[in-house]
Design a binder for this molecule. Structure first.
Ligand SMILES: Cc1cc2nc3c(=O)[nH]c(=O)nc-3n(C[C@H](O)[C@H](O)[C@H](O)COP(=O)(O)O)c2cc1C
Length: 387
């Protein structure tokens, strides 16, 4: 293994995959699948290939079925054309020596009838998640959804399985289940949006059932070490009423205990963006990632607000195994290399986060380092010889 003083830049063995560093590109919805079939494009392939120096890329949240949709110009992975489009992306990343997982997303009740020919979206219970859906006509307030039948829940679980299978066919190296706050899975975990009276509602065990049924279905098509899941247990804003409740901490303790038997690629946890004081998850304020580390035996990927310094520190202290970066990857396609050579980071333009074609997407250059890097590499090699 190449010796380095930055844990972020160390090679890392993720099951049978060798990551060239521990800098992971977190999923970023960029709204560039601007075609009727929400098919990944050559531009998207270029964008991901530019970021292939990350140890692992997580694709943008990708709709796993037509019923999963709830945000415009986000690609799917449920049609033949979409699978073919993703092949362009995975090939481009692999050709550059990168690795890429597909993030499988379902927005559940936080969608809008505009996506379903006027029909209501569905969720665990007929309760308005009180958030917004980005429709072709702009942001619209969510409505009271329809409650899913048990048969529909089982079908949705099969949709996850099929999408995971499609991801395999499309050449992805694995899948990450998108269970960030506000999405389909957290709508089941939350006391506010799940008031079902059957085996998917009520107790912690019942509300968490969906997580394990989805994992069990995906394990039929991928080895467990190629499957991951991403949670944001403490999101407080932009997620409507799916916010931490009095059962969030015991809920996650239960989930983590069970996940210990799954031997997943990793558990991806997004940290708190806000002060947790006075919230039901206040106890996590000062020991957030170590709490998850304590309850989970497998690999932990930490996310939210990390910098080169704090990313190296959390790995150094052993509280996480991998660190993911979201926003920094928008304007710094070569983030890992900038860390390596301590080069300054560029700022991204928020106006082009979700639209703008190549503008603010593929036009952020790698740092001007061709010559600089050659010199730094030479100096690095000389220094090593001196040691
Ligand atoms: C433009 C944008 C789009 C995002 N899209 C997704 C997404 O599709 N799936 C997901 O899990 N998180 C998504 N996120 C959240 C990021 O993956 C990450 O969790 C968040 O930005 C915090 O990491 P950071 O502080 O390094 O940016 C998005 C964030 C941004 C800024």
């Amino acid at each position: 293994m190449k010796k380095t003083t930055q844990p972020l830049l160390e090679e890392y063995q993720l099951g049978d995959l060798t990551l060239k560093n521990r800098v992971v590109m977190a999923s970023l919805t960029r709204g560039r699948a601007t075609n009727a079939g929400i098919v990944p494009t050559a531009l998207m392939a270029q964008y991901y290939a530019q970021r292939a120096s990350a140890g692992l890329i997580l694709s943008e949240g990708t709709w796993l079925s037509p019923r999963a949709i709830g945000f415009i110009n986000v690609p799917g992975i449920f049609t033949r054309e979409q699978i073919e489009g993703w092949k362009l992306v995975t090939k481009a990343v692999h050709d550059k020596g990168g690795l890429i997982f597909s993030q499988l997303g379902h927005i559940g009740s936080a969608s809008h009838p505009d996506f379903f020919d006027g029909e209501l979206p569905a969720g665990p219970s007929a309760i308005n998640p009180q958030t917004h859906s980005y429709t072709p006509e702009g942001f619209k307030a969510t409505l009271t959804p329809r409650e899913l039948t048990v048969a529909e829940i089982k079908e949705t679980i099969q949709d996850y399985r099929q999408a995971a299978k499609n991801a395999r066919e499309a050449g992805f190296d694995g899948v990450e289940i998108h269970a960030q706050a506000g999405m389909f899975i957290p709508q089941f975990l939350s006391l506010a949006t799940n008031q079902r009276k059957d085996e998917y509602g009520g107790s912690i065990e019942n509300r968490a059932r969906i997580v394990f049924e989805i994992l069990d279905a995906i394990i039929e098509v991928w080895h467990s070490t190629r499957i991951a899941i991403k949670f944001t247990p403490v999101a407080l804003s932009h997620v409507g009423i799916v916010i931490p409740d009095v059962e969030t901490i015991p809920m996650f303790q239960y989930i983590l205990k069970k996940l210990n038997d799954y031997h997943l690629a990793y558990l991806h946890i997004t940290g708190p963006a806000e002060d947790l004081t006075g919230t039901p998850v206040e106890a996590l304020q000062n020991n957030y990632f170590s709490h998850f580390r304590h309850h989970y035996n497998g690999r932990l990927m930490a996310n939210l607000g990390f910098t080169q310094e704090s990313g190296n520190a959390i790995l150094q202290e052993g509280t996480a195994d991998l660190v993911s970066f979201g926003t920094p990857f928008i304007a710094n396609p070569d983030l890992a290399e900038r860390f390596k050579y301590h080069l300054p980071l560029s700022e991204s333009n928020r106006d082009t986060y979700y639209s703008g074609g190549e503008n603010g997407y593929t036009d952020y250059p790698a740092a001007v380092y061709d010559e600089t890097i050659a010199q730094l590499d030479k100096a690095d090699a000389e220094q090593r010889l001196d040691c």
